[in-house]
Design a protein around this ligand. Sequence first.
Ligand code: TXA
Ligand code: MG
Length: 556
Amino acid sequence: METQYFDLRDTRRPGNETERIIAQAAEILRRGGLLAIPTETVYGLGANGLDAAAVKKIFEAKGRPQDNPLILHVPSAQWLSRCCEDVPPIAYELARRFWPGPLTLILRRKPIVPDATTAGLDTVAMRCPDHPVATAIIREAGVPIAAPSANRSGRPSCTCAQDVMEDMDGRIDGIVDGGPCTVGVESTILDLTCTPPRLLRPGGLPLEELEAVLGHVEIDKAVTSPLKPGEQPKAPGMKYRHYAPKAPVTVVTGGPEASAEEIARRLQPGDGVICFDEFAARFAGYTVETLGPKGDKSVQAQRVFDALRAFDSVEVGQIYAQCPDHRGLGLAINNRLKKAAGFHIVDADCPRVVLGLTGGTGAGKTSALKAIQALGGETIDCDALYHEMLRTDRPLRAALVKEFGPETFLPDGGLNRPYLGEQVFSREERLARLNEIVYAAIVPAVRTRVESGGSALWAIDAINLLESGMARLCDRTVAVTSPMELRLRRIMARDGIDEGYARLRIGAQRTDDYYREHCDLELCNDAAAPEEFEEKAKRFFEKIIETVKEEKQHGR
Ligand code: TXA
Ligand code: MG
């Protein structure tokens, strides 16, 4: 298909030139074709929103999932009553204040709006764009225009006609060039079918402006956090990652100076950076895309998709992105960057704290780890990691085979435990060699997990924390200990064994004294119930975390 190009960058042309082009473009829409049009937010890919056949073509051209509904673009609020049922007065009030402009309202739909447009929902998204070219074309077409962003699905939204050409040339009937978009991020989506109204997508109209009119606005979870598997956002489109460059993205939040420093610390040769203009020189030698001045969120919004798009045509290892605070347009910029990062976020203002936990069976390490999780931390179970690596880590498997022979692994790939046990049983130097190989594999794996993870708090749970060298990764090592009587009771109840056997198990391990002596701190579990100990552990960890953070912040 040949894509017609219409140049409407300058609408003040002599004679009726502009009107003629608008009439031509509108004709494409009227006869059921696809037309990319400029709006103040991003370019839209329009079709007659009341014509199911035309709307279906949008999904094909974009490669858009069928369950993702479209926004109807209208030239004025008069269209609300034509397309929507039970329009509440507040919808008209918001339209009066913010239309034309980057605000989309979700309302109950009338039957005139086809299923193809709403993806079968009983609501419809309504928006009146603030762009003279868009308004003129929609008016001329005489129908509401269904238009998603004009990018191919999974690509960043298009903020200029050139981007649309890149994604859509040959797939649609026409592209209207109205110059670069002034806002740069998509419209703010507000659901008015629930009370209080709910923000489904932050965008070009800041949340604060809505709150000034509405009071409290609920923020849909999908705006600020990743969805759990199977969880459905209210705006179906929010469940898609939207845009992910080939290289993994880490968003570094916090003050501009702190985030720049954090990025500088993490950068490896070959990495890429999205940073505020002021810091570009600091990252010379890396692939840099600038986001605009650190204090100018309007420019940052205009630039954010461009910056992401640029990383499609260069090979980089990792991409680190600075990010403004969430006030005003910042919420939308945060959301677009964080979605591109799969919500992989590091907070530069909040230094990372890594705790190492060790101790014998029955002392209460599990409850202590739960306390860490309750504090928002992530835990690494080294025993589980070791078993996973035995299955999947080629270098580790190769090293074991080299040392202990091919019999180390069974034909099905699993570890030949009896064989390996026999190899190291009461042969100290063989056991030492096994440990050496395992530690050499697992310590770097844990380090990578912590350093590339987004959490500010980590607990490494390892029985051999001290012997493996893992302690070097930790800000503090903690011995979890417990009086013998309590430990015995716990093990007997937990594993259904008698006292003699429980004593044997404890006796085979290192003593509490050993852990006490070698760790930085001791957390003693003298509580009768696990919940009680978990509380104690929480308070204990909170104090350590605070101390470590203070040390780190002042040490900088
Ligand atoms: O600024 C914008 O809104 C741009 C320009 C072209 O107007 N359009 C745009 O459309 O961003 P699109 O299709 O890329 O994003 C529309 C979002 C999707 O997340 C979709 O799931 C949501 O709006 N949406 C549409 N209808 C909805 C409805 N009835 N209920 C909830 N969410 C809806
Ligand atoms: Mg889109």
